[in-house]
Design a protein around this ligand. Sequence first.
Ligand code: PTJ
Length: 260
Amino acid sequence: MEIPKTHPRYESLMKREKIIEALNKGILAKAGLIAHGRGETFDYLIGEKTTPIALKSIKVSAAYLVLAKNPVISVNGNTVALAIDEVVELAKELNGKIEVNLFYRTKERELAIKKEFEEKFKEDIETGKIKILGIDDANKQIPNLDSLRGKVSEDGIFSADVVLVPLEDGDRTEALVNMGKKVISIDLNPLSRTARKSTITIVDELTRALPLLIKYVREFKNKDREELLKIIDSFDNMKNLKEMIDYIAERLKNLSLEEL
Ligand code: PTJ
């Protein structure tokens, strides 16, 4: 569908188009439509912009990623639909590792996602700048995780020290944290299990948060280790989530006083 650039909800409608296109290509799970709608609702509540609270968690995440020995970006259908370019850009700033790990796991969807990466980033894959893991090599099991998400690549999530999980479900986050990994999630819902179980939760929209994360990863590569550790140590995820809930409550209260 052609959406005029002048439409007041252009950005949001374009994201919907990407989601629908990914469904038609077999990349997105049907439940991904529901997840996207839920995300839109929370984005309305936070005002559809990156809050200073989210920016704090983005900076801490960048510090973790720069210090990581073996970081991995985990992707699912929604992430590929909305932010494949940003995921690849970020991976190239790190060690290039991207792992496909689906909740609604089918071979067809895995292959559709693989094809999307191969079509758009053939050269990066051939030159080894990025590695798409988790499809032919998911031969390790995350302990105590029964869903199909439990199968992971040894070279990827299984041996990672820091895992970035945009749009996640809480069970895997908890299982990964129990394995001793640092888990960074991007989730618009500050009340979700994922948000509460992650080491760091970025309560922001994926396509807004990733470019900022890339920016700070680039910037932090020039900082020394001590400085980055200081950024990490000053952060409390639960406190940050509470601030986010307060922010939403305050925003709604102020809106209710305004004339609509
Ligand atoms: O591709 P699969 O098979 O791995 O399935 C992926 C989905 C997303 C369907 C699956 O993981 C799922 O059901 O997730 P949930 O439990 O619906 O959680 C998705 C979370 O992401 C919700 O809390 C949404 O608010 C949030 N969300 C949705 N869209 C965005 C988002 N957060 C950030 N940016 C978005 N664009």
